[in-house]
Design a protein around this ligand. Structure first.
Ligand SMILES: Cc1cc2nc3c(=O)[nH]c(=O)nc-3n(C[C@H](O)[C@H](O)[C@H](O)COP(=O)(O)OP(=O)(O)OC[C@H]3O[C@@H](n4cnc5c(N)ncnc54)[C@H](O)[C@@H]3O)c2cc1C
Length: 409
């Protein structure tokens, strides 16, 4: 039976657009349905409020699909050091790229820079059609095809439909896939801050009883903060005028970066752990935040989604090489087995961290400080933790290893 496309991807955020680039470059006929028409018209001196820590593995994926050089040409900020310490004790840990024998630990990149580069790549692919602004209202799956109905009444069909439409995925809901999860009872307050000392290409994170406060380095020496705290405190922080907000920030973060000088606009995001009970059905797959959301304390959310995209792309390319139906559940289950375990491990680690550092019990505080001190002085353990955080451990996809997606040399 003739289908309009081989693959329909719903959502052209960082994860959906990466998958569309990777598969589009392999010649798949793809439709990408995106609710928000992308707007890349911004003034050169403004900085996006939303930034992400991009791991070395994710950088490799972006390099493989030709997006990294476009991101670098815009603006990316390397970080070479990471300092983590406990506000209620003496425990601290310092990751130094020089000690680990690597040039850097990762990059902080504005989300809009990543999206701009990915969409430039997408626009250059004749076999990829971007349908935007458009949302989906209905999903029908039968033996031959997945069919989605768009909000303008159009229907489109493909062998496989992929949900990359974020944590409130409409496609996941239409497919009837349930999620497990809970609220962290925290909101993440984000803002850009200039300080009297430059950021020293260092990611700083101070753990406080109500949640971690991170300063992520930006290219101009300022920092982008993510302050995870109670919803009530977050609301109060947003209501403060700039001077009072900077005072509050100073008293919570301390003077590692000198004085807090100025701040840009602020916003807050509710933080939830969420995990889909299944990543795949016959002719359907979920990835990125549609499949899982994690606490931002280790900056892993989008990196997990990019790893999903690279793994799913590899599974689909292999299936096509073996002349298999790319929508067959047996094919898609390979992707699910590959990624679910890795994502669950990260969810559990983030949850453990959140509980460990959120505890006010003296015994736990003692263990926490002892643990941080011991880890800091044990190089092999430190190195393993950092390799994990850089996305270099586990069962890596070809793209994350910098290899060709089709397995050719
Ligand atoms: C405060 C904060 C800080 C964070 N910091 C980091 C970090 O440092 N590093 C990191 O790795 N991660 C970080 N994250 C997590 C990261 O932002 C997410 O994991 C990432 O944005 C998920 O990407 P995605 O493409 O899966 O989903 P999204 O970014 O949510 O994109 C979904 C896309 O689908 C579109 N869409 C939605 N519904 C529909 C529909 N019905 N039809 C069509 N299109 C639709 C949307 O318009 C959007 O373009 C952070 C999160 C928060 C809240």
């Amino acid at each position: 039976m003739n289908k309009d496309y081989e693959i329909i991807i719903v959502g052209a955020g960082m994860v959906g657009a990466t998958l569309a680039c990777a598969l589009g470059q392999q010649g798949f006929r793809i439709a990408v349905v995106e609710a928000m028409k992308p707007n890349f018209d911004w003034s050169a001196d403004s900085v996006d409020l939303r930034v992400s820590a991009i791991t070395c593995a994710s950088q490799k994926i972006f390099e493989s699909i030709g997006a990294w050089e476009k991101m670098e040409a815009q603006r990316v900020s390397p970080y070479r050091d990471m300092r983590v310490w406990d506000a209620t004790g003496s425990g601290s840990i310092h990751f130094d790229s020089a000690d680990l024998g690597v040039p850097l630990l990762g990059h902080i990149v504005e989300n809009r820079v990543t999206l701009y580069a990915l969409h430039q790549q997408l626009n250059s692919l004749e076999n990829v059609t971007l349908l935007t602004p458009a949302t989906i209202t209905r999903l029908d799956i039968d033996n031959e095809k997945s069919q989605v109905t768009l909000d303008d009444g159009r229907t489109i069909t493909a062998s496989l439909v992929v949900a990359a439409d974020g944590s409130r995925s409409k496609l996941r809901e239409l497919a009837g896939i349930e999620t497990t999860g809970w609220s962290y009872h925290q909101h993440g307050v984000v803002a850009h801050i200039t300080t009297s000392k430059p950021n020293q290409e260092t990611a700083w994170q101070r753990f406080m009883p109500d949640g971690p406060l991170a300063f992520l380095p930006l290219a101009d020496g300022s920092s982008s903060i993510v302050w995870s705290t109670t919803p009530e405190h977050a609301e109060a922080l947003l209501a403060l005028d700039d001077a009072d907000f900077l005072d509050e920030l100073q008293s919570n973060f301390g003077d590692s970066l000198g004085r807090m000088l100025s701040c840009g606009p602020r916003a807050a995001f509710p933080l939830r752990m969420q995990h889909a009970k299944a990543y795949t059905l016959f002719r359907l797959a979920l990835l990125g935040d549609a499949a899982h959301t994690v606490h931002p304390l280790a900056g892993q959310g989008v990196n997990l989604g990019l790893a999903d995209a690279a793994s799913l792309a590899e599974v689909l390319v292999n299936a096509r090489q073996q002349r298999k139906d790319i929508g067959a559940h047996k094919v898609l289950r390979r992707y699910e087995r590959w990624r679910k375990g890795e994502n669950l491990a990260m969810i559990a680690t983030m949850d453990g961290f959140k509980r460990l550092f959120g505890s006010k019990k003296p015994a736990i505080k003692w263990v926490r400080n002892l643990g941080l001190g011991l880890t800091n002085s044990t190089m092999p353990v430190k190195s393993l933790i950092m390799r994990q955080a850089m996305g270099l451990e586990g069962d890596l996809s070809r793209l994350a290893k910098g290899q060709r997606l089709d397995g050719e040399q």
